[in-house]
Design a protein around this ligand. Sequence first.
Ligand code: BG6
Length: 583
Amino acid sequence: MCGIVGYVGEQHPEKVLIDGLKKLEYRGYDSSGIALMGQKDVQIIKSVGRIINLEETLKKSKIIDSNMGIAHTRWATHGGVTEANAHPHKIGKVTLVHNGIIENANVLREELKKEKVKFNSETDTEVAVALINKYYDGNALYAIKKATSKLKGSYAFAIMFDGDDKLYAIRKDSPLIIGYGKGENFIASDIAAIINYTKDYSLLAEGEIAILDKEKIEVFSDGEIIKKKIIHSNITSLDADKCGYDHFMLKEIMEEPKVLDGLFKRYSDFSLLPDITKYKEIHIVACGSAMYAGIVGASLIEEKCNIKCYVECASEYRYKKVIYDRKTLVILISQSGETADTIAAMRKAKDEKIDTLAIVNVETSTIARECDKALFIGAGVEVAVATTKAYILQVAMLSLLVIRATNDKKAMEEAKKIPGEVNNILGEREIFEGVAKDIYKARDAFFIGRGIDYAMCMEGSLKLKEVSYIHSDAFQAGELKHGTISLIEKGVPVFAIITDERIKDKTESNVVEVESRDAFVYTITNDPEVPNHRFRYVVPKVSPYFQALLVVPVLQLIGYYTAKFKGLDIDKPRNLAKSVTVE
Ligand code: BG6
């Protein structure tokens, strides 16, 4: 997901802008750039790779005198990872950075080429710049409105016009905020980028145009100036700091006991939780780890509430024929609350007048704002691209919904001890470092389990593959022999999750099958009777509501340490983004 920062004020813009881009690195990117508005011209500096490369280029450049600029981290969608395709882009008098996808860019590009517009990149973004420039005759507001009325798709733009000492911002689908400083003002993709300068910000709503100079911010909606609600952020710059850990991913795993404790305390009052028993059917829709959290939750909903519960990845759900019943609930799970596919799935349900419930982390996000009801997991800022604490809290939130539905007070008593149990497990993390050392040279790894154990396998497998780049798959244990067992050979790591006592012997027999083919078997179980093969770790046995909360942190740590042994960029794995706000 791209990152945007804009600044106008008394400071040197390049310092504020680079600082902001660094706070947005977690979103995932492959190039970056900065544009500074000078007295006479615009200076644009871009580079491929990490922001450190941009800093090096800045150091070698003569930086113009400026008090206004825009900057960008690009996660390539249209056009390769090249300096020419990096943002900012400038055509004529207009300089712009963009997060999103212009879906009708090719058509518009051909039309503009006929009008002799010269493009310097392969990006969809440059089409937007050219269009705004086409309509710009000195009236920026008109040019922006006219040009964006022709765009299809998603965009968040920060824009500068030659000779104009103001910054302009507009968004559709991609998030964008305006930050209020003293004698300076900001544009950013999210508050983390500017938290060192201000905690006060407003969310730009669809179609609003913000005009910023160093003294004031004006927001226009349909040509009228409107008053915006100012939000005071409670995150600190510490949230964007590793606090002594080698990586954000480990820091965020280690925060799991604290944030779990906070969640259970906050929602011990059942009245804060919706009653899902009034629904006949529940659809859980999400992407990536959020979807895998949903699969754990769905297993609990069906087992404990006898409500039919489907889990679907949002990218499929948004296009498939969904049969709704008046008593259907659609639950959207999303850490960022800005994942494009999940937003589309939410809007699909809302268009059908179906009740929507959000389980999100970012309280000001699109999904949080547009769902009928939102439950906030309170994970704090999660910087590492591979989610850990947010996943754990998503599972815990779904468990709370089930506990509320069954009014299971005993379970709430048990919940009190879960953070401590997680803390004890994290305290033994060097054991899992040992497992990582055993497997980090593997080419493939497999995770097998049945029922809710299989749901945990999915997250464990995703965690390993996304940070260590080891090919990994999760399989229903009983399914392995129908194909994938052909891949089992000497030394292939197979993780067996065995916590459901009703079927533990079945999974154990699958373990024996793979071990008889010389696989290395690592068992995570809650039953000391389950045999130890190459490695076995026994977590405390707790009710099914909470068992995943003890097992998955083990798998998260194994993924983390495996990537660490491989010396990889753990917090920013290649090609991945923290939240994919484009389709
Ligand atoms: C991926 C992230 O891009 O999106 C995952 O790397 C995440 O960690 C998935 O689970 C969904 O994102 P979100 O913000 O909707 O939970």
